[in-house]
Write a new protein. Sequence first.
Length: 297
Amino acid sequence: MRYFDAHTHVNFAAYEVDREETIVRAREAGVGMNVVGTQIDTSLAAVEVARAHDDVWATIGLHPIHTSKSYHDTKELGPSFAPSSHKATEGKEGDEGFMSRGEVFNSAVYEALGRDQKVIAIGECGLDYFRLEENTKDVQKNAFIEQIELANKLQKPLMLHIRPALQSLGVGGNAYNDALEILKEHAKVKGDVHFFAGDWATAKKFLDFGFTLSFTGVLTFTQDYDEVVRNAPLDMLLSETDAPYITPIPFRGKRNESAHIPLVVRRISEIRGQDFDKVAFQIMENARRVFQISTIA
C-alpha cells in the first residue's frame, strides 16, 4: 500500500454489481481501504468485505442520521432495504431516497462485531444537524456517547461524522462544538474527523485534542477547505473518498471509488506546496498510526 482511503463505503448497495472489481482497481492503484458501516447491516457488510481482503479493514457503528426516522439514499441501502431489526421502510422501490425507521444502538451486538481483528475503528458516529429536528438531538447525543464508550472499551479509535445545520434552518446549534464537548467528557481514545468541513479555528480545536482530519475529492473542486489543509500539521491529515460520493475532478458525475485516492493526495500536496511523494508517504504513515495497522504491509 502506498495510499489509504480512510473512509469509503464499498459495502453500500451502489457497488452491488462490481464490488470485487472496485477493490481490485484500488489495489492496482496502491490503495488500502477502511470500509465504514453506517448501521448494523452495513457494518456487518463492512466486516464481511474486510475479512475477504488483506488490504481492506472495517469500521462499525451507527451514523447519527440512522438513530431516528430519517432520509436515506438508495446508493447506501438500496431501493428496497428492510432490515429484520427494523419495521418496514417507507418509500417506493426506485425512489431516489426514502424514509426509514431509526435504529436503537445495541452495544452488545456492536461490541461482539467490534472485537473482530479486521475492525479498526468505531463509527461513523457523531452529530448530524443538517436535517435535524430539535427532538432528535438527545437521541443522537446518547447514541454518540454509547459508541464512544464502546471505543473506550475496545481501545479502538473513533470515526467521527459531524455535520453542521443548514444556516437557513437555525436548528441545533454548532455541531462541531457540541461534539467536542461530548468527546472531552467521555472519550479516552482519539480518532479521525471524517470529511472535515469546518473553519481553521474549529479544526485547531480538534487537532489540539488529538484528532486527525480527513479530506475528500471535494478539494479538487472547491477552495473552501484550503486554509485548513494548508495550516494543519502534515502528520494530522488523512485522505478519504467517502465513496460512492464526492467524486473528484476529472471524474465528477460518476460514482466515486478508492482508486481515486491519489488525486486527493496530490491535491493536498498542491495546496500545501509540498512534494507529492513526501505527502503521500506521511499520510500513509498517519493512517497506520491512527488505525493501529503499522505492522501490516
